[in-house]
Design a protein around this ligand. Structure first.
Ligand SMILES: Nc1ncnc2c1ncn2[C@@H]1O[C@H](COP(=O)(O)OP(=O)(O)OP(=O)(O)O)[C@@H](O)[C@H]1O
Length: 234
């Protein structure tokens, strides 16, 4: 069995008085693609934010690469190899594609090259002189993922990477994510596009009201229409 790169044990997270995550237990093995699925508001983004250190858990343990994360800041976690590509595609609108990538690589001990990012996303190479604000939604998403990838993450977390994108762009992005997975990249993906997500993932956790209500292989869930209907908007 592969060793866990990430594990959450009995993790509880709150926004002020509002208790959102309830005793979350999950694990991600090195090289695995794990999907978090669930209806709107079930706690998927909150789980990613808790792992990234943007939200401090009220209780529970998060272990990454064999060590409890405890007080590490989001920057510290990024330095340790955790990258979150947020739902809102944070790119600098006033900077070019190339400048966005240069900035992302800064402060990273062993960044990949900008050319390597253009190999992953040839479209970004064609648009390297364009400002963030002039990119299409799909190009912004590519740039957002490239900004994380250039930092050579050990754990890449993608929050709804396909949201609002045309089917042809979704297919192109799925191909890139699939290739990264084949090359051994560990990925946690949150998506509303259940079919895309189950195609890419090895294992799945289903969340409902901040609880893990199902865990299993993506293949098994693909055939389990009953569980999908019960916990997902399909
Ligand atoms: N900053 C916040 N302050 C207070 N409550 C929040 C905040 N962010 C999220 N919540 C609440 O926490 C719960 C879980 O939200 P979360 O965003 O983690 O769900 P999600 O599964 O990612 O859903 P979505 O697909 O809508 O992003 C929801 O009830 C939401 O209203």
């Amino acid at each position: 069995m592969k060793t866990d790169l990430l594990s959450l044990r009995d993790v509880n997270s709150c926004y002020g008085e509002s208790h959102v995550l309830h005793d979350i237990n999950l694990r991600v093995a090195e090289g695995e693609v794990v999907a978090l699925l669930g209806r709107n508001g079930s706690g998927k983004t909150t789980t990613l934010k808790t792992v990234m250190g943007l939200l401090e858990p009220k209780s529970g343990v998060i272990e990454y690469a064999g060590r409890a994360l405890r007080d590490a800041s989001p920057e510290g976690r990024a330095r340790a190899g955790i990258q979150l590509v947020p739902e809102d595609r944070r790119v600098f609108a006033g900077l070019t594609v190339e400048e966005n990538l240069v900035l992302a690589a800064m402060g990273c001990a062993k960044p990949l090259t900008i050319d390597a990012m253009y190999e992953v996303f040839p479209r970004l190479g064609e648009r390297k002189k364009s400002h963030g604000r002039h990119l299409s939604g799909g190009e912004q998403q590519m740039l957002s993922i490239a900004r994380a990838l250039i930092q050579s993450p050990r754990l890449l977390m993608l929050d709804e990477p396909f949201e609002g994108l045309a089917p042809i762009i979704v297919r192109a992005l799925m191909e890139v994510v699939g290739r990264l997975a084949k090359e051994g990249q560990t990925i946690v993906i949150v998506e509303q596009n259940v079919k895309a997500c189950l195609t890419l993932a090895d294992r799945v956790y289903l969340l409902s009201n901040g609880l893990v209500v199902h865990e299993g292989s993506a293949k098994a869930l693909m055939d389990d229409k009953e569980t999908q209907k019960r916990h997902l908007s399909v």
